[in-house]
Structures are given as structure tokens and as C-alpha cells.
Design a protein. Sequence first.
Length: 149
Amino acid sequence: MAASKEEIAKALETLASGQTDAQHEHEQHAPQEASEPAQQLPHIDRVSRSIRPLPGKPGVPAERKPAAPQVSRGVLLRQTAIPPLLTLGVLMPIAGSTSLLMGEESPLTERPLVSVLLILLGLLILLSAALNMLHVKRLLSGRARSSER
């Protein structure tokens, strides 16, 4: 089963172009269409294998979407800190109140100061989460108003 030089050359050509044999055969036997409709079809980028639309008419710039407002790192950090603060703010008072709920079986019964501190710290963390949420809301609404102008 020795392959002729022509078959080897065809195989190398299809490998170099990134097409399969079936695609190459289809292109060879497909009738050539008018150039007008072919220009309206999406362009297939052979490097990334993605389909992207052809650029607009020559001389006419492509339409751009308005840029999303940029959010600073500080706002992103504050937004990221909100869920852990809320979680701790809810769980710490629950853990501190186990001595009240469980009675003598609670491990915190021997040290009532720990349960009081857990409840107070949890409430302070919840308060800081609420203030943080209000601050982030104010920062983002201020940016939205300034970007509208």
C-alpha cells in the first residue's frame, strides 16, 4: 500500500491548512458561489477555530459597546468581605447562646464570660457587615451617577 507522491502532497497540504480530509474533499468538489454572499458569511479564524463576524464596511468604524464602569480594588475587597462578616455575625451569637439553650450540658456553662463575649462580638461583626454593605452601595451608586454624566 504505497502512497503516491501526489497523495502524500495532498495529505501534507490538508494537515498544514488544518482541515480534515472530508472538509478538503468538500471544498474541492463544491461549486464556487458568487462573491457577494460569501462576504456576508462569518469568517472562520483558522488559528483559534472560532467564528467571528466580518468587520463592517470599509471606511466605517465598527460599533462599540459603552465600557462598563470600572470598580476599584477597595470596593471589590469590601464586597468580598461582606459574606464572611455576615456568616460570623450570625454564627458567633448562636455559639455564645448555646449555654443558655443547652443548660448544664453546654461546654460554655463553666465560663459565662466567653458566651457573653461571643454574643457581643457577633453583634459587632454583624453591625460592621451592615455598615460595609451600606458603604459599598453608596460607592457604587455614586459611580453609576458619575458615569451617566
